[in-house]
Design a protein around this ligand. Structure first.
Ligand SMILES: [Zn+2]
Length: 240
């Protein structure tokens, strides 16, 4: 049994967490913000009670389905995205994490809404201990990332849009600006996570996301200084 009073969350003693989880189970979307305020504020801070809640979240997810289940998986995914790769929690909680991973894998195939799909895909990666990409895939859905040029340091917009894929150093939404085209990975260059994300999103029918993945892992050119660079390397460096 978890000794909740010995643990803390964002608001102090975790005594009240079991009751909070009961309320979350009854109404995941309604209690989501309350749960996150206690266990994962700003979606980037965790406490001992956050990880202690994972077995219960796995249990709730197992006994729910559809949108209900997705909220539970996203809560657990937010918590796990705060655990560094190789953290002890992956071994200590391997059983509930395996359940959460399997349910997320299954939910992805049943989630047509692209925004929710990408959030769940990040959760899937968080249960595997993949860092950075468990919180940096949203740009594939919004169509935009911001990075720094590795040479001149200027802030760049990397646009992975439905109509156009380019880099720009000025706000392209306000006026005509100089744009340099992005160079996506060729199919024979795709490997590792890039290939897996491309193939998985395609198989799940998320074709807009799938089409963007080779650009995310491809190359861009700084419109200001002409330096070519790897888009994903710059995203990783900004988040380290
Ligand atoms: Zn530059």
């Amino acid at each position: 049994m978890t000794n909740w009073s010995a643990l803390s969350d964002a608001c102090g003693s975790a005594d009240h967490v079991p009751a909070l989880l009961d309320r979350f189970e009854a109404d995941p979307s309604g209690v989501w913000s309350d749960l996150m305020d206690h266990l994962c504020p700003q979606l980037d801070t965790v406490y001992a009670a956050s990880f202690a809640a994972l077995p219960r979240l796995a249990d709730i997810a197992s006994r729910s389905d559809g949108e209900h289940r997705r909220w539970v998986l996203l809560a657990a995914g937010a918590i796990m995205s705060c655990a560094p790769t190789g953290d002890d929690v992956f071994e200590a909680l391997s059983a509930p994490i395996a359940i959460l991973h399997q349910l997320t894998d299954q939910s992805l195939r049943e989630t047509p809404d692209t925004e929710t799909y990408v959030a769940l895909l990040q959760s899937l990666l968080s249960f595997e201990g993949v860092e950075i990409w468990d919180r940096c895939l949203e740009g594939l859905e919004t169509g935009e990332y911001e990075v720094d040029c590795p040479y001149c340091g200027v802030n760049l917009f990397i646009v992975i849009g439905k109509a156009d894929c380019f880099a720009a150093s000025d706000d392209y939404s306000l006026r005509e600006v100089e744009k340099t085209p992005l160079h996506p990975l060729r199919p024979d260059e795709q490997e590792g996570l890039a290939k897996r994300l491309h193939d998985r999103t395609f198989a799940d029918g998320q074709h807009v996301i799938s089409r963007g993945v080779p650009y995310l892992f491809g190359r861009a050119t700084c419109p200001d200084c002409g330096t070519a660079f790897s888009v994903s390397d710059r995203i990783v460096s900004r988040h380290h």
